[in-house]
Write a protein that binds this ligand. Structure first.
Ligand code: 6CS
Ligand code: FE
Length: 265
């Protein structure tokens, strides 16, 4: 079937915990999505988060829930078919976001594992979930590319739960800031990167990055005059729907619609 990952690509993903597939979406498609991202960044909403300066947009969440290009993208075969292959079966989108990593101001994402957040905050039991990221801008050495440690998704005991400062407004915002509550310790990062060099996920706009929910990753600040916007869709198995939690996070962080997605284009 068209859009399926090859056996070799799946093997690379299983071994490293991530896979970059270049040039999946075309220039015009990406430009249209980029314009929609700017409109979302400019719309006042609790979905939006800001950098520490309080005015530079850091991300907007739940873009797949808003009618438009990102909602259409989640059932595009180029994303959904590989996501189903990796997860193994029917999936829905647990979470989506467009990280802005703005030019000369986008702040860091400390080393962390995504599954820790979805397990601890949303009640997701198993890592039967995959991130599919679309590069809206080229990711270069200079604009804060995503950094990953190959194979770290297979190493147990890397998570560190550091009681972070709770955001003034709501605790869920503590998990979206540059000062994360759940990070991976310096010692773990040193140990993991001693056995596998840190990789920068570089690629042109329109590339896809698939990454495992347990892989240790992070990103530095953007030192370039170019944004590094990235839309990330978290496809979860319909057999792994989160259980009840004491303090459910907003729908735009932990989607309540778990209906299995079907390819629409
Ligand atoms: O809390 C969350 O769900 C988000 N926080 C981080 C740092 N990564 C996973 C997820 O996007
Ligand atoms: Fe992350």
């Amino acid at each position: 079937m068209v859009n399926r990952l090859s056996e070799g690509q799946l093997a690379e993903f299983d071994e490293n915990g991530f896979l970059v597939v270049p040039d999946v979406l075309g220039t015009a498609e990406v430009a249209a999505l980029g314009a929609e991202a700017e409109a979302l960044y400019g719309t006042d909403s609790p979905r939006r988060t800001f950098e520490a300066d309080g005015r530079t947009v850091r991300a907007v969440h739940g873009c797949h829930q808003i009618p438009g290009g990102f909602a259409d993208l989640v059932t595009d075969a180029r994303l959904l078919v590989p996501a189903r292959q990796i997860v193994g079966g029917d999936v829905y989108v647990h979470q989506s976001k467009i990280n802005a990593k703005r030019a000369l101001s986008g702040d860091i994402w400390p080393w962390h594992q995504d599954f820790t957040f979805w397990n601890r905050e949303d009640g997701m039991a198993e890592p039967r979930v995959v991130n599919v990221a679309l590069f809206l801008d080229a990711a270069t050495d200079h604009n804060g590319p995503l950094l990953l440690i190959p194979g770290s998704h297979l190493v147990a005991g890397t998570e560190t739960v550091r009681p972070g400062k709770k955001a003034e407004k709501e605790s869920w915002q503590a998990h979206l800031a540059a000062d994360l509550e759940y990070t991976v310790s310096r010692e773990s990062v040193a140990r993991l990167s001693a056995s596998a060099d840190i990789v920068s996920a570089l690629g042109g706009a329109g590339s896809l990055l698939f990454f495992d929910s347990r892989i240790v990753h992070g990103s530095g600040s953007n030192m370039s005059p170019a944004d590094r916007r990235m839309a990330i869709f978290t496809y979860n198995s319909v057999d792994n729907v989160p259980g009840a939690v004491a303090a459910p996070r907003p729908d735009f962080l932990a989607a309540r619609d778990h209906s299995p997605l079907q390819v629409t284009r």
